[in-house]
Design a binder for this molecule. Structure first.
Ligand SMILES: [Zn+2]
Ligand SMILES: [Zn+2]
Ligand SMILES: [Zn+2]
Length: 309
């Protein structure tokens, strides 16, 4: 009996060991552009079914970083879908202690990327001192405009400064590094993030103007990491009707495919298009657009997919 107990205890010990040593990972919590799918006011074919079929809904682009060893969780961007995304995070990496998140990293001041912060305030969660990492203009914006300044005053959030290229060490195993990208910077600058774990690294660039406008060569960045979540807002020119698409520049997926066409297959396979607009046909896996992406050696980000760091 006693030896059986010892065997059981050592079994438990062993399983704990496995859990403690589990690799940190990123998980995709959303793949859509700021307005999500279905999109406010859209009754066209791209959204019609999604209004009544929850399986076709897509949350706004968001990555979470989880370290199972330390039970720490971070989110990149606080989206309009923050409540559902936090729920999913609690399902896959439950914690009982406050604050609800170890930290939130913000890419920029467009509504799909920070407005979820409102749920941390007095009206909803009343969070205690959640660290929010932001670039200088983003910090200024949050500190000087309501309702965001109240989150700071009530210490629901604590701003943590980021600098272009400045590495933030999250713990012994994970670091995050912001880098500036060209984008419509009406209120704030815009960054992408490189997330580096003990074995692998990931880049996340949900919003950027055309690749050519950037002084960094995106191909170089892709070659330095193991997975690249890249702006796939629009599939091709002309998909948004009644609006000049030049006012909302993004690298069209067809342009990225063309630009990356000479890369080795292993490099192409790292690319996951994310931040897809409701009009983007590639949102439907059965579409010709999605098929063309796969045939060319690239991928489309999927909600709940994980990548070990
Ligand atoms: Zn966006
Ligand atoms: Zn639509
Ligand atoms: Zn944006």
């Amino acid at each position: 009996m006693f030896s059986l107990l010892i065997a059981l205890v050592s079994l438990f010990d062993h399983s704990n060991e496995i859990i403690r040593d589990a690799a940190p990972f990123v998980v995709v919590f959303g793949v859509a552009q700021d307005g999500g799918v279905p999109h406010a006011g859209c009754a066209r074919e791209c959204c019609r079914e999604a209004w009544t079929n929850p399986a076709l809904r897509r949350r706004v682009s968001c990555l979470a970083i989880v370290d199972p060893k330390t039970s720490e969780r971070w989110m990149i961007d606080a989206t309009p879908d923050f409540p559902a995304q936090l729920y999913t995070l609690n399902e896959i990496a439950p914690i009982t202690n406050q604050p609800a998140l170890t930290g939130i990293f913000l890419t920029h001041g467009h509504i799909g990327h920070y407005s979820g912060l409102m749920h941390l305030g007095r009206e909803v969660m009343g969070s205690r001192e959640v660290p929010v990492y932001a670039m200088p203009r983003m910090m200024e914006f949050l500190s000087t405009s309501g309702p965001w300044d109240q989150l700071i005053r009530l210490r629901n959030i604590i701003l943590q400064p980021l600098h272009d290229g400045g590495m933030v060490k999250l713990n012994e195993r994970i670091s995050v590094q912001p880098f500036l990208v060209p984008h419509r910077d009406e209120y704030t600058e815009t960054v992408g993030f490189r997330i580096t774990g003990p074995q692998r690294a990931v880049i996340f660039i949900p919003d950027i103007d055309k690749w050519e406008k950037w002084t960094t060569r995106i191909e170089e960045l892709i070659s330095e990491v193991d997975r690249a979540y890249l702006d796939g807002t629009f599939y091709a020119d002309g998909e948004v009707t009644g609006r000049a698409m030049s006012e909302i520049p993004h690298p069209f997926i067809v342009e990225s495919i063309e630009r990356f066409s000479t890369l080795p297959e292993v490099e192409k396979a790292k690319v996951r298009f994310i931040h897809l607009n409701h009009t983007n046909r590639a949102l439907r896996d059965t579409s010709e657009a999605a098929q063309r992406i796969y045939d060319a050696g690239f991928h489309i980000a999927k909600e709940d997919e994980r990548f070990e760091l």
